[in-house]
Ligand binder design. Sequence first.
Ligand SMILES: [Ca+2]
Ligand SMILES: [Ca+2]
Length: 498
Amino acid sequence: MMRGITRTMVTAAVLLLTAGGAGGAQAAKAYNDPWLEGDLQQMRVPSALDILARTPQPVTVAVVDSGVRLDDPDLAPHLLRMPSAYTCSDEYGPGPSYAANPANGDFGCDFIGSGTDAGPTTVPDGSPSDPFGHGTGATAIIAAVPNNGVGGAGVAPNARVLPVRACYGGNPDCYGEPALAALTYAYAMGATIVNASWPPGNDYSSDFRAFIASHRSMLFVFAIGGTDQNDDPYTLCTNKATFPNVICVGLANADDSAGTVNADSSTDVSAPGNAGVPSITGTRAGFGYTSGATAHVSGAAAVLRGLAPTMSSSTIRTVLTTTSRQVAGYETANKAKGIVDLEAAVREVQRLQGLTTPAAGQGAPADTPDPFAGSVALLPTPTPAAALPAATPTPTPGSKPATPLTAGLTLSAPPKTIRAGSTLTLRLRLTAKNTGTVTATLKHGKSTLAKATKKRAKGSVKLALRLPRTARRGSAVLTVRLADRKPVMRTITVNRPR
Ligand SMILES: [Ca+2]
Ligand SMILES: [Ca+2]
């Protein structure tokens, strides 16, 4: 998905973007961002934003990747902070977890902690910062603030990015439990588009595929990763009956010729790989290719979803594919699909919605006012995180309200190992206003090794779990739960007694 691409830098301080491609509209839109390339014109983004029948609603796009540079001034205003305390790993089973909280300045979830390669998972945290730049590049393409004189311009002024770090390395490698946890988390946070700038190979687990099939309110945008899938087309891309909410993206070169990785029947649509770069890095070295193409499609989908929040994911996919710009010889040469044409897609969505498409330049503003102010805290400027007010999430239109999100308690780090025959003492604190029965269980498979309960718990709580000397040794799962909230879970190894 990545390739060393020499960036063709546009140095003009103000670049006048004119609509390009087939059926060129008259609209023109000036951007003053210094790092623009030709990608927006190639997809007819400026002219699309000039004919919107109404201002698009904000759309939460989860970028599941290597993370996001959280301090980039061109991205930060469009990044989502945690809407409420949320334990980053308890959705997908036992393991270390972290109670992300806006009061801590947390943006989202990091499911792999400091893991930088395909090594073991380390401790998650609430700061999905990006050591590689891959997820940052995707975020810039989707949601960089346009027309602010800094960095590039994203495709979707209405997109708000939920940064999710779940992929190792900078290529990136996204698999296993972190990948599934990331999708689950994205859903819980109200994301209706998942940008996955990585290929959905057939080795993903049945649970991973089942999650996608059963969450059709979400549109999953995947990258075609190479030519190897010609022999083994991705099921997630080809089985439209089961996965109507998946769109798989190939590469269109800047001159509209097909990217070499496009020789595949899995591809739904193509898009540019080049893009404006994150302002803070000033480079997109190692990013582009189908990763960039995927992000462009996520941005296009975010505009359409914001325009028509009740439109199904499969309809958005159909609109993007059927309105894509066909290039002579493109399809037959190597099975490449058409290039996304956002203006044509917007016109089609407005037709389907019974909306009258305004004349070029007469449309509604594409930039939504800060839609989450007072509900989900945003970082308005790249200043150090101050204490942010706790807030309840605003469900994104078309998504299920995300409840319950919080475990309602924080758990001081329990030991990683314990001996059979000893007592495990847990210290936890119920977060403000929470009170109720707290239960803690230590289980080995279905067998309960120890259990403790505290009724009418409030504030600081101590729980003691006594393990019998005969307790089965090995990896056990500690589950701590307040009432019927989602539990906090840890893995603890039970060793032989003294
Ligand atoms: Ca981190
Ligand atoms: Ca910008």
